[in-house]
Design a protein around this ligand. Structure first.
Ligand code: TXA
Ligand code: MG
Length: 343
């Protein structure tokens, strides 16, 4: 199959809509990361997503809609707390887990009784959903185990020859996936942090719970509230270590580890902030230390760059865990197998 990459225009949206209705897959831009979209109500089309990604069948998909009214037929119930979160943060980078209606195929929910629903901020994403006239099931458009794609080129790297069309809407503004919030009860729990932060949820509900596995690996015998927690994710080929502490100590520790690795014949690289001086050592920028949203927007591209350059060791500066920083540290932590050194 030949994979076309087209800018978002009336014509390309129309083509994409026809493909979705015909049960095909389309690379879909969103404000978080690129998705791999299919008609959410077509079980056969949804199966193609799992095949193209190499995704385990027990990991459920998020269903995307173009307006909040469209969710009524997809869910059995909308608890009051869920309603308040929708009013506050949709359209935006937030997925709500709700009790699923029968029209959602089991392939989408991976056999669970719930479904994740998201109303994206991205105009292009919503235009595609409208053009298709169907809710769109879409996981991130990476092959399973690779960092999520934040540009159309990343999608092409992973999906070339596997899907007919990728819509190119430029780099994703947020850069990490949506916050996944279990909203089946009156006390919602953040299962995956994202652009809608714990602070923002607390402002609306007066309280917030964050699942304990957001910043710790799942151990033997632990129950995953979200199947995605079970899988190794975002892993670059390079061994990845995070350094946390006061900036001068972190910089010194990273430089020392870098020099030792280089002397041992490794290919080290630093993921660090622009304000910090690492001399002539190889550095991939996480943007400004003062803007955690820079690190969010750049992290996945940085992880891909490590592999492209054949680096064998990645030394990362930790990001402050306030706001979207928690989402960045969750993704960086998983890339590093939660190998975090306090210096
Ligand atoms: O920003 C995003 O959410 C992107 C864009 C494309 O919208 N999508 C995305 O999908 O990140 P995916 O499939 O890569 O991640 C969805 C996560 C997985 O960890 C999955 O286990 C979890 O959400 N999830 C989906 N449905 C669930 C459910 N019913 N219960 C618990 N977790 C669920
Ligand atoms: Mg994903």
């Amino acid at each position: 199959m030949k994979t076309e990459v087209l800018p978002v225009t009336r014509d390309s949206l129309e083509r994409a809509g026809v493909l979705i209705r015909a049960g095909e897959l389309v690379g879909m831009p969103t404000e978080t990361v690129y998705g791999l979209g299919a008609n959410a109500l077509d079980a056969q089309a949804v199966l193609k997503i799992f095949e193209a990604k190499g995704r385990p069948a027990d990991n459920p998909l998020i269903v995307h809609v173009a307006s909040a009214e469209e969710i009524a037929p997809l869910v059995r119930e909308i608890p009051d707390a869920a309603r308040r979160l929708m009013d506050a943060f949709w359209p935006g980078p937030m997925t709500l887990i709700l009790p699923k209606a029968d029209c959602i195929p089991d392939t989408v929910s991976a056999g669970l009784d719930t479904v994740g629903i998201r109303l994206p901020q991205s105009e292009a994403a919503r235009a595609l959903i409208r053009a298709a006239g169907r809710p769109i099931a879409a996981p991130s458009a990476n092959r399973s185990g690779k960092p999520s794609p934040t540009t159309a080129r990343h999608v092409l790297e992973d999906m070339d020859g596997r899907i007919p069309l990728i819509l190119d809407d430029g780099p994703c503004a947020v850069g990490v996936e949506s916050s996944v919030i279990d909203a089946t009860g009156e006390s919602p729990v953040i299962l995956r942090p994202g652009g809608v932060t714990p602070e923002m949820v607390e402002n609306v509900l007066g309280h917030v719970r964050v699942d304990e596995h957001v910043m710790s690996p799942l151990r033997e015998g632990d129950v995953a509230r979200s199947p995605g927690m079970k899988y190794k994710h975002y892993a670059p080929k390079a061994k990845t270590i995070i350094f946390e502490g006061e900036a001068p100590r972190v910089i010194a520790a990273i430089c020392a580890r870098y020099d030792a690795a280089l002397a041992a014949g490794e290919r080290p690289a630093i993921l660090g902030f622009d304000e910090h001086d690492f001399g002539a050592r190889t550095r991939i920028s996480l943007g400004s230390e003062r803007r955690p949203e820079d690190a969010a927007a750049r992290l996945f591209a940085a992880l891909r760059e490590l592999d492209e350059r054949g680096e064998t060791l990645a030394l990362c500066e930790a990001v402050d865990m306030a706001g979207i920083g928690l989402a960045v540290m969750n993704r960086m932590g998983r890339a590093a197998g939660f190998d975090i050194e306090n210096v």
